[in-house]
Write a protein that binds this ligand. Sequence first.
Ligand SMILES: NC(=O)c1ccc[n+]([C@@H]2O[C@H](COP(=O)([O-])OP(=O)(O)OC[C@H]3O[C@@H](n4cnc5c(N)ncnc54)[C@H](OP(=O)(O)O)[C@@H]3O)[C@@H](O)[C@H]2O)c1
Length: 248
Amino acid sequence: MRLEGKVAVVTGGSRGIGRAVVLGLAREGADVAFTYLKGREAADEVARLVSAEGRRCMAVQADCRSADEMQGVARNILGSLGRVDILVNNAGVTRDRLLVMMSPEDWSDVIATNLTGLFNVTRAFLRQMIRQQGGRIINLSSTSGLMGLQGQTNYSASKAGVIGFTRALAKEVARFGITVNAVAPGAIETEMLQAVPPAQLEALKKMVPLGRFGKPEEVAEAVVFLASDAAAYITGHLLVVDGGAAMY
Ligand SMILES: NC(=O)c1ccc[n+]([C@@H]2O[C@H](COP(=O)([O-])OP(=O)(O)OC[C@H]3O[C@@H](n4cnc5c(N)ncnc54)[C@H](OP(=O)(O)O)[C@@H]3O)[C@@H](O)[C@H]2O)c1
């Protein structure tokens, strides 16, 4: 097991990619605390599966859009699990609409969750990693942030922002032995993808050289790798997991 004795924190761990990440980290030996927004039942089920692996687990209802809430969550998790070795900033939302139709709320909700949430959560746990003189931060970006996708000006902007944040922080905290990397999935089979209209889904699939959408577990594998000792000399990197769709 690659992560025995480590403590991991994952935001948005109740379903989709976050769920697969929580289970992947636990399978490799990590104790895992994760947050969710609304899906209590789904979160309880993930917590049950982690406990079945023999790992400690905390499922915490928390909104990453609130800085105050995240400070409280960090105190709660660190009080219970004692440390944080791995932080996976996964929580994210889409509010797809062409720009002319996009409301200020569509814009601000995506930026508040995907970008300000990243700031709120990272800031809440970073001091502890600095104290520990080590840690792994892995942020979920998207190929939408690289290529830009029609109907996603808000989302593409937020996910491009995740890449800039990742590289700037990687430079800031390298001296403390903390690595900061990003993973950019392409289209992955989760509830997020179900919000995309069928015609657009077909067009998206045609863009994938491997000819299919990805599975949450295939993204989780990349996250687990970046969290493991095998990735000790990798920081500020963007690992694209998209079946080749964003190749250029
Ligand atoms: N699926 C894709 O094709 C794809 C592609 C590229 C990148 N990504 C990125 O990968 C990440 C995960 O995507 P996904 O497809 O797994 O999403 P998903 O299935 O929609 O799950 C989103 C998760 O985030 C949580 N969440 C949402 N808003 C939150 C908030 N304000 N505070 C805390 N938690 C919140 C949700 O909790 P509740 O269930 O409680 O609401 C849920 O656990 C996102 O950052 C996404 O942008 C996804």
